[in-house]
Write a protein that binds this ligand. Structure first.
Ligand code: HEC
Ligand code: HEC
Ligand code: HEC
Ligand code: HEC
Length: 202
């Protein structure tokens, strides 16, 4: 076998699984849903006339819900980093999936993917999960890996006093495009709780 053919076969072997991974056929590939206009990106992004002041050419109506958080009452506007708010704009069940591109939709998320507006049974994000925690819980000392050692990154959130703090976001743990094709659309595999142990020293 000559070198060119061998290389071709090797590349084909790697290319096939990659092409079937990522967002195509993932839980975020809505192209087969009646409400999606047959497109993959459009329910979330648009190349033109994106929502002003929101990052990533955002195209989906934003949630303005009130929540029950671990620390008490909270709101979509004040208590989350912008990325978590984008996720909650479908996953809290208050905004229709097909409310994008300026239209008002009527299909809502269902089942376990609907986290609801009581987030006390979910891993803390945003104001609930400042890193380092503020105020520091009694178990703070040695309970967390120092932030600079983390594989999964933190995101900025501006608190009510206008101070920028580091927080856990939905996208700290999740990859919305599922680039690694990992179960549960996670950033790194949670096999043997590797994701949890990346932060929590247990
Ligand atoms: C379910 C919603 C959703 C869908 C569908 C979606 N995205 Fe995204 N995308 C997001 C979110 C949320 C972010 C912001 C995440 C961040 O900044 O960490 C993002 C960020 C991006 C970015 C910038 C950061 C990066 O990861 O490169 C690009 C480029 C992008 N998306 C392209 C696309 C394209 C192209 C498609 C369609 C093939 C698509 N997205 C489909 C939600 C979505
Ligand atoms: C346009 C609406 C929309 C947005 C925005 C959105 N999602 Fe989803 N997401 C869905 C729907 C619909 C499903 C599929 C639910 C089902 O299968 O019943 C889903 C499924 C998921 C799943 C389950 C994956 C699996 O394999 O079962 C995860 C995790 C997830 N989303 C995380 C996120 C995160 C994190 C963000 C923000 C970065 C986000 N989503 C933004 C609509 C959205
Ligand atoms: C600390 C890490 C972490 C954070 C933060 C996090 N998740 Fe998850 N999420 C997970 C893990 C782990 C799973 C389970 C994945 C699996 O095993 O399939 C999961 C599962 C999910 C599922 C699928 C639920 C189901 O049972 O079908 C959805 C939807 C989801 N997350 C959305 C979100 C949204 C939206 C946010 C932000 C509000 C978020 N997650 C924040 C780690 C996290
Ligand atoms: C990126 C770092 C990070 C990752 C990854 C992570 N956590 Fe956390 N976790 C935190 C932070 C920060 C808090 C909030 C600490 C505080 O302020 O109380 C927290 C809080 C918690 C709490 C306490 C919630 C409460 O009732 O107050 C539990 C339990 C927990 N995490 C479990 C997990 C599990 C299970 C996983 C894996 C799916 C995980 N964590 C992944 C950083 C992380």
């Amino acid at each position: 076998m000559n070198a060119k053919i061998t290389l071709g076969l090797i590349l084909a072997g790697f290319a096939a699984p990659l092409a079937s991974g990522q967002i195509v056929n993932s839980a975020h590939d809505f192209s087969s849903m009646a409400w999606s206009d047959g497109e993959i990106c459009k329910p979330c992004h648009t190349p033109h006339f994106a929502m002003e002041g929101i990052l990533r050419l955002w195209n989906h109506e934003l949630t303005v819900a009130n929540y029950t958080l671990h620390a008490g009452a909270g709101t979509a506007v004040d208590d989350f980093d912008i990325r978590s708010r984008l996720c909650l704009s479908c996953h809290d069940g208050t905004v229709a999936l097909d409310s994008f591109g300026g239209q008002s939709g009527s299909s809502f998320i269902s089942g376990q993917a609907n986290l609801g507006t009581d987030l006390t049974n979910d891993h803390p994000v945003g104001s609930d999960a400042q890193y380092p925690p503020d105020p520091a819980p009694v178990w703070w000392s040695h309970a967390f890996r120092p932030a600079e050692d983390l594989q999964v990154r933190l995101y900025d959130w501006e608190d009510q006093a206008g101070v920028t703090r580091k927080v856990i976001s939905c996208v700290t743990c999740h990859d919305e495009h599922n680039a690694g094709n990992i179960d549960g659309m996670l950033k790194i595999s949670n096999n043997a709780s590797a994701l949890c142990l990346d932060c929590h020293l247990k």
